[in-house]
Unconditional design. Sequence first.
Length: 292
Amino acid sequence: MDVMSFLYDALDSDNLYELADHLESLIKHLKSVENKVKIIDECYSLLSDECFYEGEAAGHFIKIFSVKDSIPEFLYNHWTFSDTAEENFVKLESIVHKIRNYMIAPKAPRISDRTICDLVDLVERKFQYGTKVLKEHPVKILKINQTYKGWGCYYIAGTSNGEIAKDAIIMTCPNNPEAPQEFGFMHELGHRLHTSLTYQTFVPPASFACFREYLPEPIQDNRSMSEHFANFFAIAALNNSPYEHCILHKVSTEDIAVFEKYMSITIATMDENVIHTIDELHNKAKYLGINL
């Protein structure tokens, strides 16, 4: 078999476990060939062509992939291409490791396509989220028939030259059948929002620093702040909606009103203030009545 046959076998996998098996064979074969960098580049180019997605007509802000069609997209979004063969091997092996160690047998049914569409419609009506955030780069929803340890879904993005080069929300089967997946999905849309603002997956906009007083303990690192940003977005989005009962955190009505106002302003002004400066922080805080 040539290298491309191994790759095509991987892309034709029915589930992540099969993908891991085929990736191991692909990696082993790639390590044995000459011109490794050239061959790896050809493999990644073929994968990119397979998964490239420009977007749909106006009004279509997401693309939901079938379980089988999600497999190539899963590989594409998790493979950060490098210029060296060794670094690509490390990345591909880390994908195999993630599947083997963190993807387990499904514990409960995954959220439905209809509910996902309802939630996207909800944030479009409430914040014009699709029109403002997803207007040029609809988000891909990948359906996975395994459970990811710890979460029922997660957001992954690759950014380059001040833009989102590729991204997806990975919808796995929930680890906790009692946890509302609607909140989890909205949380991931929150990550997409701040990534669209800062072009860094785990860095919220500077203006979000004014919310440190709302946090249970002092937090400085961007990763933790980005998780709180995503939670605040989910709370604001689901409030006063048919999915309000899915909010995981107990928050006062007054605080939710502030969260909603902040998210509304942030989304409405994201084109006008693309740098998201400290001045923006103070302007938003003043408008929201928060003392810095």
